[in-house]
Structure formats: C-alpha cells, structure tokens
Design a protein around this ligand. Structure first.
Ligand SMILES: Nc1ncnc2c1ncn2[C@@H]1O[C@H](COP(=O)(O)OP(=O)(O)OP(=O)(O)O)[C@@H](O)[C@H]1O
Length: 370
C-alpha cells in the first residue's frame, strides 16, 4: 500500500516509518471473506483511523492487531518483531471499546489499576496521574454507575494507558456518546495522544471524526483498503468514487466528449487539464464538492462559468446550501455551499438566474455514468 503525502507526526523521524506493519492480512468467517489482503504500514506516534461502512472489516483488523482474532494469512510486525501469532497478553497495547467495559463492582481506582502489577502506593500514584491526564482528578473512589458516559469512557482510556503501552487501539470509543460530549472528548483524545506520542489506531464509521482526528486515514471497503492518505488528501483527491462518496458530500455531474475529445458539461466545453483515470473512456462523471462551486455576483465569461437557476436554498447556520439546475440542461442539478461573506449570497433567491463557476483545479473526473 502506497502512502500519500503523509507528513510525519510531531516528534517522529523518517526511520520510524512502518513501525507497525500489517502485510497481506486475510481473514475468512466460513465462506465470507472479511479481510482480503490488507497491507498497512503505521509509523511510530501516528494516529491512524480505519474508516469505512458497517461490515467492511475494520473491527476484525483491529482485533487481529490485538491478538483477539487470528488471521488466516499474512503477518503483523511491531518494532521489527513478528507479533502476528502472539497471545494478547504478550502484545504491548491498551484497548478501549465502544461500550465502556468497566467492572461495575470496582471503583474507578481499581478499574484503572486492574492490569498493574506494582505496589499499592505505586498503583495509587499511577491512578492519580492517569486521572489527572484524562481530566477526572478526585474521582478515584467513585463507581462506574456514578459517572456519565463521557466520564466512563475517560476511565476506560485511563485504564488502557495504565501500563504505558506502545500502542493504543480504539474501537469506536466515542460512538455511544451524545454529539456534544463526543466532540469535546474527540478534541481531548487528540491532545492526549499528541502529548503522550502513543501510536494509535481507531476504528470509526464517522468520516467527520476520522478527518478531524487522524494523521492518516485508511478507507476500507469489502475487506480491502481503498485509499490510505492524509485527511486532506482523502477529501480533496479521493482515489475512487467510493471514497469520494463516503467521505464528505459531492456533486456528480454527467460529462460528454466533443469531437476533439474535450470534456463537456451540458454541452459546455470545460477547461482543459481535468484528470481522468482512463483517458479513453467515453462515459465520465465530474466530481465537485458543494463548497467548491462558486456563485458569482455578475456574469463574466471565464473558464467553467455557466448560468444556473436557483431551485431551493436551505439555511444551515454557518452557510446556505443552494440547489441549482444548469440553464443549458435543467435536468442537471448540483449543490453549492455559500458562506455569509461570499459574493454570490445576494443572488440566492429561488427562481433567480445566477452565474456559477466550477474551479478547474477543484474538479476530478471519474470513469462511468453519474
Ligand atoms: N466472529 C464472526 N463470525 C462470523 N462473521 C463475522 C465475525 N466477526 C465479523 N464477522 C463478519 O465479518 C464482516 C466484517 O465485520 P467487522 O466487525 O470487522 O466489520 P466493521 O467494519 O467493524 O463493521 P461495524 O462498523 O458494523 O462494526 C461482517 O460482515 C461481519 O458480519
């Protein structure tokens, strides 16, 4: 698996590349192929998110890394050591699951120190240190039932970090929390991970969470990695239609070719230089994010500028989302996100004709029908 434009996380060096390395991982459940040749290099100190729809194999891969599931084929190396067949206890990681999985009959202190084999005083010191780290100082004597969901997940995180593992595995740790707590804890998790520099792999099906948290996102589909790259790269330069659709919102517009082979949208020749994966394909689709569609205040002929009719405008708080249809082909519709300071805002009235520009550098072409 090639890595794309990945800056190293702070505090790591080039030699650290591929500190944890999965090679050719296969896993079947009966006749079902859950993982189909996973190659995944992870650098020391990196925060990597496994992102994909339900059933794509994210959790299976995480469980294989944890030794909770055995792969049918392939290897796992960590720090140069083959750990692929070691039992969970012989691997050096902490894990947090979606459900808090705390022992209800043990207090916070006992939950956190459960895996520690040190003296009572050392345990108490470590618990206090960890509670401080996760923002729960003074809660050592409480029981899980006395804590909110977010607090329980902090305790679970403290427990996972208790032995100072080299690797932190997180299986949808925020998904049981309500939106506000989730966003708050997301920020704290990222700060904590950077502060400790612990290599972290998190499973999520929430693309916003993956983009916000990760140094690197691995987008999975049907047991394979469809794209591995920085959040920016995944969002801006999706490698496939699946990735483009799964991550963020997109307009898909049907293209044709004129006699010279140039791409046309609704009969309008588009600026040259659009990248297509297959340059001979006759059927192609234009991909463009709603925030990249520029509504102009006045008509000015230019590359990829065309007239459209405003069909509908939805107020989304920070921005307005306009549904538009192209004047040259009213059946071709697209969404445009318009911010409060954008020039085109004044024209956003249903029924109004407005010029719009599709900035050439923001467009991509995918082979196949829209
Ligand atoms: N122990 C098992 N026995 C049989 N099938 C399994 C087992 N574990 C997972 N699977 C199947 O393997 C596929 C991948 O499961 P996995 O839990 O890895 O997916 P996921 O991407 O984490 O999805 P979700 O987000 O829903 O948890 C699914 O179709 C699942 O039903």
């Amino acid at each position: 698996m090639n890595r794309q434009d990945l800056p190293l996380p702070a505090g790591t060096s080039g030699q650290a590349a591929g500190w944890l390395h999965c090679t050719g991982i296969h896993k079947r459940f009966g006749g079902f192929r859950a993982l189909d040749g996973i190659d995944l290099p992870i650098r020391k100190g990196e925060f990597l998110c496994l992102l994909g729809p339900s059933g794509c194999g994210k959790t299976t891969l995480l469980r294989i890394l944890a030794g909770l599931e055995q792969q049918d084929g392939g290897t796992v190396h960590m720090g140069g050591r083959d750990i692929g067949r070691l039992p969970p206890a012989a691997r050096d990681y902490g894990i947090v699951f979606q459900s808090y999985a705390l022992f209800p009959n043990l207090n916070v202190s006992a939950n956190i120190s459960y895996g520690l084999r040190t003296s009572r005083q050392a345990k108490a010191r470590r618990v206090a240190e960890l509670l401080d780290l996760v923002g729960l100082a003074g809660s050592a004597q409480k029981y899980p039932a006395q804590l909110s969901g977010g607090q329980q997940q902090r305790v679970a995180l403290a427990r996972a970090l208790a032995t100072s593992p080299s690797l932190l595995l997180l299986d949808e740790p925020l998904s049981a929390l309500d939106a506000q707590v989730r966003e708050h804890l997301r920020g704290e998790l990222r700060t904590l991970q950077q502060q400790l520099g612990v290599t972290t792999i998190m499973v999520t099906h929430d693309q916003e969470e993956a983009l916000a948290l990760a140094d690197t996102v691995a987008v999975m589909r049907h047991g394979r990695i469809e794209q591995l790259g920085s959040p920016e790269r995944i969002y801006r330069e999706p490698a496939s239609r699946f990735v483009a659709d799964f991550v963020g919102r997109a307009n898909w517009l049907p293209l044709s070719r004129d006699a010279s082979g140039a791409f046309c949208l609704a009969g309008i020749r588009l600026a040259p230089g659009l990248l297509a994966t297959d340059t001979t394909a006759t059927t192609a689709t234009l991909f463009c994010r709603p925030e990249d569609v520029r509504i102009e205040r006045y008509w000015r002929p230019g590359a990829n500028t065309m007239m459209a009719v405003v069909e509908r405008v939805d107020f989304l708080g920070g921005l307005r989302r306009a549904s538009l249809s192209l004047c040259a082909a009213r059946n071709i519709t697209l969404l445009a996100d318009v911010g409060p300071n954008d020039a085109g805002l004044a024209g956003l009235v249903p029924g109004q004709h407005v010029p719009l520009t599709l900035p050439p550098e923001r467009l991509r072409v995918f082979v196949g029908p829209a």
